[in-house]
Design a protein around this ligand. Structure first.
Ligand code: ADP
Ligand code: MG
Length: 697
């Protein structure tokens, strides 16, 4: 690389990696594959692991199979054949013994001279022919002669993610050369935090992450970089909040919400009470609430949502609830009608399929303030939906909506920002939730309401399919209802090859073996909304008592007397999905069953997932396991893949600092930390730069 540079400034960091010596178009595109475009990216490339080469092993003590570093003198060199290949060999002697070192390159003659001192690092192999230990193509450096290779031995060295054609050794050299220069990263973290957390300057951390003195030092340096990265991330999210306007404070507690609670046929769970308190604390202020309510399926989020909306109404404002599908919107509307019957409030339902005339009336009434609570789907997001005084927005199953849509809805209100309650039944581990929803307050409903039926989870193998269904049919004939979920809609080459039951052949199969009195319905994602709704209605009403479906029933469907969930090829589903599916049963008082049918030739991970589902009931426990098993991708989904632009921060390894960093940002936002002028300046500079990129060095 350009040896003339001795101060690394931000211009240099932004340079394409191709600028570096030895990186041509081919290496450039290989670097892209591991996410490295610029010099800066390279400096933030986290070593996969380190190799401790600080320990020199006497040659007499080395054992084949181990990674060791030796140091000795070259006593012999020459051509060497090994495994039928032409190569070059040297003998290294350290006084305790000697070993042969072989390279598969013909002309290395000039690289070595007899009598030179050399350090060799690598895995010791065993030469069967001579019955002796041997090094095959190890890393080496010649002491005092080969200044280019000063990073090979006697140090803790980084091992980077490799891809074919781009090996760790090359990357290491490149990084090493850059780090020979002066690094000068600007500091944005308030000194208060740096001192309190005892952080090293960023430049030092970068240096140490690549070339630490000990492996522990390397990990500590990485974590310090992750800390800064996370801070910037949360700070950026925090900036979004600056765009929010004031909110209407909903401080009055009136008869609507009180009556609603009195009329409930059950008492609130401990969790519901706690969450309601948290919400009340927020909405009483004139700062808009931004709260996410996470609650397992069936944990009773709807009641909390209705209560919150009533609090808006009794303060003289409107509230709205948006659901991701028409079916869910219908369902919530029905629940709402039922729970608030007798209370003096006006409700409306707005969907894509709402007839023009009715729609016009709703829009008119809404604008006049004649509707108190509006339930709907995406249809709420169109331009012409105008509220009179929108005080609170609830978004159910928020993960089904894009971030932009969420934004739109609260932007509709010009002068005021409504309080926002997001709800999700997708249990994600706390570390992820804290980050993914880094600008939101979090509430959690973990427990299921008391008195709800228990769910027994049973694992069966495919061979037992007939048995499973004859047991299911027996139960159904006694008045219960069953879901059967399959992974695919129709037969394909893939399903034939893998022997996977698809929706239609399972449907046919069940129709052949079913006794009288069993009526089977079909539901899948390719059906029209209206058709789907009809099937669900028929199932609810009992015109079907078995429903074969794909995972379309996953979200929010509530049929209380469905007590059996059979999942075909359960091992093929993700853990989160399995958990969601299981949550479709156990909604009434009766005992429920979730039967997991495993594919023949189930994979190890598939089996692990199915077993975890049997073992754990709570979605949050399962989510932690999932995070460990599959990494964060599983939770973030494809839409949010690459979320956050993190380069160093790792959801699992750094879960211990998330809360701390988040806390700092929240405190700063609420002005709970007094900053010096200098610190304020640094933060506002950061703000400027964050507008450009996720992470700036
Ligand atoms: P989810 O969190 O999945 O949206 P719901 O709000 O639909 O859950 O609640 C699931 C079921 O539990 C509903 O039938 C609801 O009426 C009932 N429920 C809610 N809260 C309680 C409670 N405290 N005690 C008993 N049943 C409750
Ligand atoms: Mg719900």
């Amino acid at each position: 690389m350009a040896g003339s540079i001795n101060k690394i400034d931000s211009d240099f960091l932004k340079k394409d990696i191709r600028y570096l010596k030895g990186v041509g178009p081919k290496k450039q595109s290989l670097f892209r594959r591991i996410g490295v475009k610029t010099v800066e990216d390279l400096l933030f490339l986290v070593p996969r692991r380190y190799e401790d080469r600080t320990k020199i092993t006497p040659i007499k003590d080395i054992t084949p199979g181990e990674n060791v570093t030796i140091q000795g003198r070259i006593t012999l060199k020459g051509k060497r054949r090994l495994f039928g290949k032409e190569g070059f060999g040297i003998i290294v002697d350290d006084g305790t013994g000697w070993i042969e070192v072989v390279f598969f390159v013909k002309n290395m003659r000039n690289l070595f001279s007899v009598g030179e001192k050399i350090i060799v690092t690598g895995r010791v192999e065993f030469d069967k022919y001579y019955q002796k230990p041997i090094f095959i193509h190890p890393e080496y450096s010649i002491i005092g002669k080969d200044s280019n290779d000063e990073i090979v031995a006697g140090m803790v060295i980084p091992v980077y993610p490799q891809t074919e054609g781009l090996d760790s050794r090359f990357i290491r050299k490149l990084v090493y050369e850059i780090l020979k220069n002066d690094l000068d990263f600007p500091e944005y973290l308030p000194r208060f935090i740096i001192e309190r957390e005892n952080l090293s300057p960023l430049s030092d951390s970068i240096r140490k992450m690549h070339f630490p003195d000990t492996i522990e030092e390397g990990e500590k340096a990485r974590k310090e970089i992750a800390f800064r990265e996370l801070f910037q991330f949360f700070w950026r999210l925090n900036l979004e909040r600056e765009n929010l306007r004031k909110a209407y404070p909903l401080s009055k507690k009136g008869t609507l919400s009180t009556k609603f609670l009195e009329n409930l046929p059950f008492s609130l769970t401990e969790g519901q009470r706690r969450v309601i308190k948290e919400i009340e604390n927020d909405i009483e202020k004139n700062v808009p609430m931004q709260r996410l309510l996470q609650g397992d399926v069936g944990s009773g989020k709807t009641v909390v949502a209705i209560y919150s909306m009533l609090r808006a109404v009794e303060n003289g404002y409107q509230a709205t609830l948006m659901a991701p599908t028409e079916t869910l919107a219908d369902q919530i509307f029905l629940v709402l009608l039922n729970f608030v019957s007798g209370l003096p409030i006006k409700l409306a339902l707005l969907k894509g399929s709402t007839k023009t005339k009715e729609r016009r009336q709703i829009l008119h009434d809404l604008k006049e303030g004649d509707i108190d609570i509006l339930v709907g789907t995406h249809a709420l997001l169109t331009e012409d939906v105008e509220f009179y005084k929108l005080g609170l927005v609830v978004i159910d199953e928020q993960h089904k909506f894009g971030v932009l849509q969420r934004y739109n809805l609260w932007r509709k209100e010009e002068e005021y920002t409504p309080h926002l309650l997001l709800m999700t039944a997708t249990p994600i581990p706390r570390s992820l939730a804290l980050t993914l929803y880094g600008n939101l307050e979090l509430s959690l409903l973990k427990e299921r309401p008391l008195g709800r039926g228990k769910i027994e989870t049973i694992i069966k193998v495919e061979r037992k399919r007939d048995e499973v269904y004859s047991w299911v049919f027996k139960k159904v004939l006694k008045g219960e209802k069953a879901y059967v979920v399959v992974p695919l809609i129709e037969e394909s080459d893939y399903s034939r090859e893998k022997g996977i039951k698809d929706l239609f052949n399972l449907y046919d199969y069940l129709n052949v073996i079913k006794p009288d009195g069993i009526n089977i319905g079909v539901l899948h994602g390719r059906m029209k909304t209206e058709e789907k709704r009809k099937v669900m209605e028929d199932f609810r009403a009992g015109r079907f008592n078995v429903l074969v479906s794909t995972t379309v029933i996953e979200v929010g469907i509530d049929v209380k007397d469905a007590t059996i969930m059979v999942i075909e090829h359960a091992d093929r589903f993700g853990l989160a999905q399995l958990h969601q599916l299981r949550g479709r049963v156990g909604r009434g008082e009766k005992k429920s069953y979730c039967i997991l049918i495993m594919s023949e030739g189930v994979s190890e991970e598939g089996l692990e997932r199915v077993k975890a589902l049997k073992k754990y009931e709570s979605g949050f426990d399962l989510a932690e396991i999932d995070l460990k098993m599959r990494g964060p991708g599983e939770f973030l989904g494809t839409r949010q893949h690459g979320f956050g632009g993190f380069r160093v921060f790792h959801f699992y390894r750094d879960r211990d600092i998330i809360e701390k960093v988040r806390d700092y940002v929240f405190k700063l936002r609420e002005n709970k930390i007094k900053l010096s002028e200098e610190e304020q300046l640094a933060l506002s500079k950061l703000k400027e730069r964050l507008k450009e990129a996720y992470y700036v060095a």
